[in-house]
Design a protein around this ligand. Structure first.
Ligand code: GAP
Length: 444
């Protein structure tokens, strides 16, 4: 892999600047589980708010929900996850390592004497592939018995389907309409990795759009386009985005048609959002298993039907990785190396750094007053430590779009310099117009 160095440097920046930390790091870390630090949590929050605004607040035809992670075990039987959400796995009886059956390192046919374990090197110790369910299982209440089994949800979608009638009745929406949700999902992935790309605990932003059968193809195309455009508007390099249509062997058990939106990561083209045509699979199965009628009654047309579902399913953490990778640049400025995160200003965790040029002559006091005024409206950061060049560099690495410097001239004419992170251009702006100046440049 030619570019793995870039990923390593990005992971190191993410830790250094407080975007992402290894979970339970002081105990040696928990495999493939990550925590978001002060800057990471702001970036993630901005991203989720932007998604919510575009899908729920700016539209009349989508409602939001926040369903619980724990659901009735029958949900996962009806959804097909108990039977079908599996990966074929191979075990080594000698070293106890476990591999996906499609792991390229496996040589020979597992389960026969010729196969060799890629870790311990023993021959004939690999079992034939066995199906392994990816759902995390736990027990509800004090007893550990089958009747008390609950699963940590592997997708947020089912929390929407089982609330479909509740939302329909309480919101008075009519088909076509959608339900959106952001929340945690859990999968006991066998080969997690690539930093926050594939983890065992992650967040999804999913929207399920309920349509009349016959209108499904049109809505599928509509949402496919909408979602791609939304990503382009985040400033992601368009040449690094593409669709990938699932072939028959890639389709999930619930999907009739599926397209991934992929990004060209340093480790190759990979999916970070899926658009799925789920037909009436989920609602029909829940209707059958629960005995509760989930039909939609179109009184005007005097029709009853189980709606088809078009799903848009985005991995929030995966999109975070897309944004970090896409924004990460190493360059030379006046012969000096600089690392900069060119994050979209609306997503940047900190909008402006505020710096007194030197710590004397009233500059810190004026910079502090500006900070006190601005931080009520924007996330701003006051920094009076080290040379001005070093302070700029720290904010460049944090992705802060603007640097505001109070200098000698500021004290006489009440203007400040505003440095643009990307162009490095410096403009003089009246201090009392600063909030407006920044707001105009931060909005999408
Ligand atoms: N409800 C449909 C569904 O869950 P999916 O393709 O399995 O579909 C949707 O997942 C998105 O969730 C993926 O595109 C990805 O961004 C994210 N995702 C899935 N598994 C993940 C994992 N182990 N770690 C991080 N993100 C994951």
């Amino acid at each position: 892999m030619a570019n793995t160095g870039v990923m390593d440097r990005l992971v190191s920046l993410a830790k250094r600047r407080g975007f992402v930390f290894q979970s339970s790091e002081i105990y040696g870390g928990l495999g493939s589980v990550w925590d978001y630090g002060p800057l990471g949590v702001e970036l993630k929050k901005n991203l989720k708010e932007r998604w919510w605004r575009a899908l729920v607040h700016e539209r009349e035809d989508i409602e939001g929900v926040d369903a619980a992670i724990l659901m009735h075990a029958k949900v996962w039987e009806a959804s097909g996850h108990v039977a079908g959400f599996t990966d074929p796995l191979v075990d080594c009886k000698q070293c106890k390592n476990r591999f996906r059956a499609d792991d390229e390192r496996l040589k020979g046919t597992p389960g026969t004497p010729d196969a060799r374990c890629p870790v311990c090197g023993n021959q004939g110790t690999l079992t034939a592939p066995r199906l392994f369910n990816l759902m995390f299982k736990t027990f509800m209440g004090p007893v550990e018995e089958e009747a008390a089994v609950v699963y940590l949800r592997p997708e947020t979608a089912q929390g929407i389907y089982v609330n479909y009638l509740n939302v329909l009745q309480s919101s008075r929406q009519k088909v076509p309409f959608g339900i959106a949700q952001i929340g945690k999902a859990f999968r006991n992935e066998i080969t997690p990795g690539n930093f926050i790309f594939r983890t065992r605990e992650f967040e999804q932003a999913e929207m399920q759009f309920f349509v009349k059968p016959g209108d499904d193809t049109r809505w599928f195309e509509y949402w496919r386009e909408q979602r791609m455009q939304w990503h382009v508007r985040l400033g992601i390099t368009p040449d690094k985005l593409r669709f990938h249509q699932h072939g028959p062997e890639e389709l999930a058990h619930y999907a009739k048609v599926a397209f991934d939106i992929q990004y060209q990561f340093p480790f190759g083209w990979q999916e970070f959002e899926g658009i799925h045509h789920r037909t009436d699979f989920d609602l029909s199965r829940h209707q059958q298993a629960s005995g509760k009628k989930l039909e939609y009654v179109d009184t005007a047309a005097n029709e009853r039907f189980i709606p088809y579902i078009i799903e848009t399913s985005m991995g929030v953490d995966r999109l975070m990785l897309v944004l970090l990778v896409d924004a990460y640049h190493e360059e030379a400025v006046e012969g000096e190396p600089r690392v900069v995160l060119r994050l979209h200003p609306a997503l940047a965790p900190i909008k402006a750094g505020i710096f007194p040029l030197v710590n004397k002559d009233g500059m810190p006091e004026m910079a502090r007053r500006l900070y006190d005024d601005l931080h009520r409206r924007l996330t701003v950061f006051f920094d009076d430590g080290g040379s001005i060049g070093r302070r700029y560099r720290r904010q460049d690495e944090a992705g802060t779009p603007f640097g505001i410097t109070v200098d000698g001239q500021s004290l006489s004419d009440h203007t400040v310099t505003v440095r643009d992170r990307d162009t490095l251009a410096q403009s003089r702006v009246a201090a009392d117009r600063l909030a407006e100046y920044l707001r105009d440049r931060l909005e999408p």
